[in-house]
Design a protein around this ligand. Sequence first.
Ligand code: AMP
Length: 211
Amino acid sequence: MRITFFGPPGSGKGTQADRISSCFDLQHISTGMLFREEIESGSELGNRIREIVESGNLVSDEIANEEVFSRIESIDEFLLDGYPRNLSQAKCLDEFLLNTGRPLSGAVSIHIPDEEVIRRLTGRLVCACSNGNGSKNSALSKEGDICPICGQPFVKRSDDILQVMKNRLDHYYNLTRHLETYYENRILKIDGSGTIDQVFERIRKELLAWV
Ligand code: AMP
């Protein structure tokens, strides 16, 4: 199976992508995570990406495509998390995959209301072992507390700031959400409300029909 996951920031996309890829034995490729690693490396490219990510804008299609293509070139089954983010990336991905005779099975789109996005993101804490997703070990913790698993402090993600969130939501509604139309007959729309386990079960059950 080759699938992509998208949804507004805070929809639980990263957490679900992580669980679904383990469950179906898919390689999990998250562009957000790759960009955060590039930023951490302190490279020149990382510094350019930092500015873009921290303002809530999108990294260029050229960089995003290159990051993904170099990784999926030799992998047969994968889950793309946060890519494609717009129509141009979606078309490039389809072209790339069709050229190697491995079409995308479909896309999973997670829906949650904006108020819930803001509520989740303003309270989100990440740590070294959470890969930029809200840490599941952070319940009842505050910024600066230590994660019992990785021993590193819980911090806010630098792009979880109200104005930046607004930009990210705008990008989602103006660009990413339209991918539902592009993926027309290979789209799975999932209600992202409820517990992590409930959402996971919803996705898992539907995906069983795709394997
Ligand atoms: P995410 O972890 O998916 O929320 O992504 C974090 C940030 O990385 C986004 O707000 C964008 O700035 C950047 N990003 C992630 N994926 C892409 C992509 N496919 N195209 C452009 N920018 C991206």
